[in-house]
Design a protein. Structure first.
Length: 465
């Protein structure tokens, strides 16, 4: 913990770094139809452009958080920024040949690893720059500002795609990375290190387990649910994740302390809810963006502004959720958030048959408000329940659940969309397929509401667990 709190000064270098990672979750969604057409990708391959990024981030982010604790959060953020910018450059250089699909997916994985290195430590540096009584407000403002960049990203990306080239949506990360690294040179953040052993065995098991599970789920439409490859990938992935849990319980310096995770019930509940919350977040944005282009018939620029509607209520509700957390604790804004998302997704799904932006307005605004209420409060509550010396590890755990939830949501809801769509894509057919997926998402959010209502502790948190 620094002797003097940096407060808002620390946001100058960290917001661009976080925004860069968050933008790449959404910017590809706007351009995916153009990329797919230009590189002749299958629908499953196009979906992998987003899922591979989310999965790589999820699989490596716990390791990234642990490395931040061990070698210093400021240093690991800088390494992550450089790797991310390099992989972004390579994404933009994807050749127009038969290797386009593996090239792009591998580069997206490398981007995800870069994001996995910098995201946990970025969050910790912001958290440590505010006194405990102001952390809810500080993180809320941080995510709002980063969210603004995230919202601007798809708009900029849509213009770049429509009027120049889709490759520029990746190259735009390079000047953002340079801005972040330059700002880093002008702030004095103490890089505290807590030397410890690195749990490489646990890292390998986690990456393999998550990778095989998501592979089987996402490829199920192409391979078939009765395929040995589908069933084998899912089963082996689950077995390896079970082995990871057993391995971590015996490890001297575990990547994720299973014992502490189980004993700290409030922290465990926060992480489970984070997985539920992000199960729909990325998939809704991805398929919503495609809906406006395929079903409504909008150009990328217009589709970018249409999906941006969800962010209007998100920004307002995020600030409200952070303030509510500081005053009454996390349970109230989180339960309200899950309830709003449940209603919003159901409403949005029922509006898709209108085949218009105006017809989906109410559902989008309610859904965005729900995400805003829950997101900042849930993230702050989880990190506040960890001591300072393992806050990087705790942030890595939170981000693991967050991004694994995104990867699972993309895989499962994507399979539902492709399965319901069939062989031929029509505007009405895509809307009907997406409606089914949104109803499933609403059901998952309803389960999240029940968990939050029944298991989150009430009142303000007074100290770490």
């Amino acid at each position: 913990m620094p002797t003097e709190y940096q407060r808002w000064r620390v946001l100058w270098p960290l917001v661009p770094a976080m925004a860069m990672v968050m933008i790449d979750f959404t910017i590809v969604s706007i351009s995916v139809t153009t990329i797919q057409r230009d590189l002749h990708l299958s629908a499953t391959a196009a979906q992998w452009m987003v899922t591979a990024y989310a999965l790589a981030t999820a699989a490596f982010i716990a390791l990234g958080g642990r490395l931040g604790d061990i070698i210093g959060h400021k240093r690991i953020v800088a390494i992550g920024i450089i790797l991310f910018a390099g992989a972004s450059t390579a994404c933009g250089l994807t050749p127009d040949t038969g290797v386009a699909e593996p090239w792009l997916i591998v580069c997206r994985v490398l981007q995800g690893i870069g994001g996995a290195l910098l995201v946990p430590s970025t969050t910790v540096l912001v958290l440590n720059s505010f006194p405990p009584a102001e952390r809810g407000k500080g993180l809320a403002v941080f995510f709002i500002v980063a969210g603004l960049f995230t919202a601007v990203g798809p708009i900029a990306g849509s213009y770049l795609t429509q009027y120049w080239t889709w490759r520029a949506i990746f190259w735009i990360n390079v000047p953002v990375a340079l801005l972040s690294l330059t700002e880093f040179a002008f702030i004095k953040l103490k890089d505290v290190k807590h030397p410890a052993r690195i749990d490489w065995g646990g890292a390998v098991l986690l990456v393999a387990g998550m990778g095989l599970l998501v592979l089987g789920l996402q490829q199920s439409d192409a391979w078939g649910w009765d395929s040995v490859a589908t069933i084998g990938s899912i089963v082996v992935g689950l077995v390896i994740l079970a082995l990871f849990v057993a391995f971590e319980r015996r490890a001297e310096s575990p990547l994720i302390s299973i014992k502490s995770f189980v004993e700290n019930r409030a922290f465990a509940v926060d992480n489970v809810l984070t997985l539920f919350l992000f199960f729909t977040w990325l998939a809704v944005f991805f398929f919503g963006s495609i809906y406006f282009q395929v079903s409504v018939g909008q150009e990328p620029t217009q589709a970018g502004f249409s999906i941006l509607t969800m962010f209007y209520s998100f920004f307002i509700a995020s600030r409200i959720g952070g303030g509510m957390y500081d005053k009454v604790g996390a349970k109230h804004p989180v339960t309200l958030g899950f309830a709003a998302i449940t209603v919003g997704l159901w409403l949005w799904g029922s509006e898709l048959s209108e085949l218009s932006h105006g017809g989906t307005l109410a559902g989008m605004l309610v859904t965005g408000a729900g995400f805003g209420l829950a997101m900042s409060a849930l993230n702050t509550d989880a990190l506040n329940r960890a001591p300072a010396e393992i806050r990087g590890e705790a942030s890595g755990v939170v981000q693991t659940f967050r991004n694994f939830g995104s990867a699972l949501g993309m895989a499962i809801l994507g399979t539902i969309v492709l399965g319901a769509l069939g062989a031929h894509t029509t505007p009405e057919g895509f809307a009907d397929a997406l409606e089914t997926a949104f109803y499933v998402g609403a059901g998952v959010m309803a389960v999240g509401f029940v968990i939050a209502r029944g298991f989150m502790p009430g009142g303000k948190q007074t100290d770490v667990e």
